[in-house]
Design a protein around this ligand. Structure first.
Ligand SMILES: [Zn+2]
Ligand SMILES: [Zn+2]
Length: 110
């Protein structure tokens, strides 16, 4: 992903895998950042792999205020097992996390 402010490549700090209870879909909540200009982003990656007619990944990104990003990242980092959709930590139990959106930065199918 590219930074919408300076076009530099973004880095992903954390990605937490979750599963919807009522839909056959995996959703990853991600914290992205730009090393160059310091911009912060949330990413939401939706993988509807179970639906074989639509196995694309939908990737949404939002530009986020530094403070909000840091606070939610602190919560996310408490998860002991981010890649485990069956994890029972607070973040996983409460997914989708409240307020995990902002100004749209990207919206793409991969
Ligand atoms: Zn940037
Ligand atoms: Zn967890």
């Amino acid at each position: 992903m590219k930074c919408i402010k300076c076009q530099d490549d973004l880095k992903c700090k954390l990605s937490i895998f979750t599963e919807e209870e009522d839909r056959p879909i995996e959703i990853s909540y991600q914290w992205w950042f730009c090393e160059n200009c310091g911009a912060k982003y949330y990413g939401i990656l939706e993988d509807s792999h179970v639906n074989m007619f639509d196995d694309r990944l939908l990737h949404k990104g939002y530009l986020i205020q530094e403070k909000k990003w840091q606070e939610s990242l602190r919560e996310g980092l408490k998860c002991p097992d981010p890649r485990n959709i069956s994890c029972t930590c607070e973040f996983h139990r409460e997914a989708p996390p409240a307020g995990f959106y902002g100004d749209s930065a990207w919206y793409s199918y991969e």
